[in-house]
Design a protein around this ligand. Structure first.
Ligand SMILES: Cc1cc2nc3c(=O)[nH]c(=O)nc-3n(C[C@H](O)[C@H](O)[C@H](O)COP(=O)(O)OP(=O)(O)OC[C@H]3O[C@@H](n4cnc5c(N)ncnc54)[C@H](O)[C@@H]3O)c2cc1C
Length: 455
């Protein structure tokens, strides 16, 4: 038996393992269903191109995360980049974020946005719904021309039913002065959480994962998929038929799938209520240098089958062979048949060819990467029940963290911090139980585990 079992070797699981070891704790296993660690931060190599699961850019608002990144990556191995992202609507590109860069849009759109902003109703009440939050902070014009259509397309969900709680640091607010400046001048005001970012100089975002894995003394057990969890007997069953008993679990696999595997009717009922959007990422390797000077572009309008696309080679030239470019095209969907997903990707590919005047001969490499759990939907059921659900799991000794374990909208920064926080929590809990005598600085690391050794 391992004292702690970490499910999933994505960034959250690896960060939990790293921080447990940093505290001198080694009695844990880390289990991953795929052949490689990394989860959404894996990179795929194909014919000289490196592709991620769509753009994965490292932005930080936390000093610990910033210093850990530099410690792991080394300052010589990262590109420090200023954002050059855009929104494409009404046939024009305007710099992101939309609300402070209206210059170039049709006059009516600009006037509607500014008038809506000026006339928005002020209220002291904190808006609960996303739509109320948008109307309060930005007004009807910006809501109609960007916020509502973009979120509708991204989430494939009725925006009137969304909660406002995810907006936090992710949606930059504006002032009338900023809006007017951005409408009158094409000065590309660069504000928001990702105005500058880091990206590994080579190896794609997987480089970060590789550095985490290298630092661990415990080997990740790959190709090992959790099937069910018996909370009473405290046993995890794997799809292979093997099993393992546990004391505590750090879960990073999608919460709904984890709950489906639990022997509890109410948890299975809760699992059915957790909603998310899936994404199909179409990656193209293109034989044309400097294909675009833009890093990524948002497409709020309905006629485009994708909500965003971007260019990997603008993050690092090592992502492509010399003289080439590469791009990712992101299409979101919910409750669609395999056939309609295929058609969606086909339509996206055709539209991209038209938009960028791209010939078939120029597309030299192509793959699609599926992200079944991509964007968590902050509906009102989640708002009322998620916190209670996570507390209930904690009472059972299960810490569910990360973007999908904690069922939230979170960046890589949050995943790493979640891993650190849960490691601290567990160390304290075990120390309190007098099971683990915590000696700071002392490393008591066992050799690599194989599942069969511990079953
Ligand atoms: C389209 C998109 C773009 C993004 N872009 C950015 C960005 O630019 N910047 C940024 O900071 N963040 C970005 N993110 C967010 C970032 O990907 C996540 O915050 C982070 O990768 C989440 O890590 P995680 O470990 O919590 O989850 P995951 O990466 O999903 O890891 C969970 C792991 O659990 C494993 N697993 C699942 N089921 C089982 C099972 N049954 N048994 C065992 N293992 C299992 C999975 O294989 C996976 O390895 C983006 C996310 C998406 C969807």
């Amino acid at each position: 038996m391992a004292k702690v079992v970490i499910i999933g070797a994505g960034l959250s699981g690896l960060s939990a393992a790293y921080h447990l070891e940093k505290k001198g704790f080694s009695d844990y296993l880390i289990i991953e269903k795929e052949a490689n660690s990394g989860g959404l931060c894996r990179s795929i190599r194909q014919d000289g191109f490196t592709f991620d699961f769509t753009g994965h850019l490292l932005h930080s608002s936390n000093p610990y995360f910033s210093s850990l990144l530099l410690h792991l990556l080394g300052s010589d191995n990262v590109n420090k980049i200023m954002r050059r992202s855009f929104i494409y609507s009404h046939g024009v590109y305007t710099p992101y974020p939309y609300q402070v860069n209206l210059h170039g849009l049709p006059l009516k759109t600009i006037l509607d946005c500014i008038e809506g902003f000026v006339k928005r109703k002020s209220s002291k009440k904190k808006p609960k719904l996303f739509a109320e939050w948008v109307l309060k902070n930005f007004g009807q014009g910006l809501a109609n021309s960007f916020f509502f259509p973009y979120q509708r397309k991204l989430l494939q969900y009725d925006v009137r039913k969304l909660s406002a709680s995810w907006t936090g640091r992710f949606v930059p607010k504006t002032s009338l002065r900023q809006m007017l400046a951005g409408a009158l001048h094409n000065n590309g005001q660069n504000i928001g959480y990702n105005a500058t970012f880091l990206y590994p100089r080579r190896g794609g975002i997987q480089y970060l994962i590789d550095q985490f894995v290298k630092k661990l003394n415990t080997q990740v057990i790959t190709n090992c998929s959790v099937a069910t969890i018996d909370l009473k007997k405290r046993i995890i069953m794997f799809k292979s038929g093997e099993s393992i008993s546990f004391d505590l679990i750090i879960n990073t696999m999608p919460l709904n799938e984890f709950l489906f595997g639990c022997s509890s009717t109410s948890l299975v009922q809760a699992a059915n209520k957790l909603l998310c959007t899936s994404v199909m990422c179409l990656n193209l390797g293109i034989e044309r240098p400097s294909f675009s000077d833009k890093q990524w572009v948002y497409y709020p309008e309905k006629q485009y089958p994708f909500y965003r696309l971007g260019f990997y080679n603008t993050f690092s030239s090592a992502m492509v062979p010399q003289g080439c470019s590469s791009m990712y095209i992101e299409c979101s969907y919910r409750n669609k048949s395999e056939r309609s997903i295929k058609n969606l990707v086909k339509a996206a590919r055709a539209e991209v060819k038209k938009l960028f005047n791209l010939s078939e001969d120029e597309i030299v490499v192509e793959n699609t990467l599926s992200i079944p759990h991509a964007y968590v939907i902050y509906d009102l059921w989640r708002e009322r029940n998620l916190a209670k659900l996570l507390v209930r799991l904690e009472q059972e000794g299960i810490y569910s963290i990360g973007r999908y374990g904690a069922w939230k909208y979170a960046s890589m920064q949050e995943s790493v911090l979640d891993g650190r926080n849960v490691a601290n929590k567990i160390i304290v809990q075990l120390a309190c139980r007098n099971i683990f005598s915590f000696k700071q600085g002392k490393h008591d690391i066992k050799g690599p585990h194989r599942l069969t050794d511990v079953v």
